[in-house]
Write a protein that binds this ligand. Structure first.
Ligand code: DGL
Length: 262
């Protein structure tokens, strides 16, 4: 069990923000990452398209004998998780439930904002999950369809990013916390922090990494000297994109990608 890799997927570079946190917490886990760059962006697609794409991605990852699959994508979590969980006999983990449980157990927020893709906000999954678990919480949603394409372009810290973030955040009331409901958005964290002072910014990748280390990875008990670092694999469904440049920046190292037709 321990030696089997973990599979992850997203529409592009966003899931790497989750990947990075998992590698920091669990450096000895091998990860197979699938970026469905051919179908990017997921945020503007219908629920049925997201379910179909999620199934296709999961079936590809299953070829690697993965022990679990992380849906490192808010859009796919919000619209396809329930469906795919009932179809495959393997742990499939999205970004929403562990985050809401973490907030319920550790925080006392009254007013919480969510920024995410159009599809995620349309599904209302974050709000339903938060309100079903946390009494009297007020939830404010904002779709931010430009952010994921800007992140793919590497425009996360420039003037355009600052103006776009300003525009998207301008109608929020005073918040206790803001959930980055799309895995591309942690790339804007510095820009967002400049705009929203004294508001806690919730990066789901960190919470998923903690969740995995507590629940899934039994090899964390193996002594360090007995563990071997494994080489991760990154697959993309289209390579005519800026993935490698952005990925090198996110991970601070040179990534090797393989093109795959699925
Ligand atoms: N990173 C994704 C998410 O968390 C998808 C963004 C997109 O493809 O539109 O929602």
């Amino acid at each position: 069990m321990e030696d089997r890799p973990i599979g992850m997927f997203d529409s592009g570079v966003g899931g790497l923000t989750v990947y990075k946190e998992i590698k920091e917490k669990l450096p000895y886990e091998k990860i197979i990452y699938l970026g469905d760059t051919k179908e990017f962006p997921y945020g503007s697609k219908s629920k049925q398209s997201i379910i179909d794409l999620s199934k296709k991605n999961i079936e590809y990852l299953l070829r690697f004998n993965v022990k679990a699959i992380i849906i490192a994508c808010g859009t796919a979590t919000s619209q396809a998780l329930d469906e795919v969980k009932s179809m495959y006999d393997i742990p499939i983990i999205g970004i929403i439930e562990p985050t809401v449980n973490y907030i319920k157990e550790n925080k006392k927020y009254k007013d919480i904002g969510i920024i995410a893709t159009r599809g995620t906000i349309r599904s209302n999954t974050w709000e339903k999950e938060l309100k079903s678990k946390i009494q009297d919480i007020k939830v404010y949603n904002k779709e931010c369809p430009l952010l994921a394409p800007m992140a793919e372009e590497g425009w996360t810290q420039n003037e355009i990013a600052t103006l776009t973030i300003k525009e998207y955040l301008k109608d929020f009331p005073k918040l206790d916390a803001l959930i980055l409901g799309c895995t591309h958005y942690p790339l804007f964290e510095n820009t967002i922090k400049k705009e929203l002072k004294n508001v806690e910014i919730i990066n789901t990748g960190k919470i998923i990494a903690d969740f995995l280390s507590k629940n899934l990875c039994s090899n964390k008990n193996i002594k360090k000297e007995e563990q071997v670092k494994k080489i991760d694999e990154i697959y993309l469904t289209d390579t005519e994109c800026n993935f490698v440049n952005v990925a090198n920046n996110i991970l601070n190292s040179k990534v090797n990608i393989k093109h795959v037709k699925i």
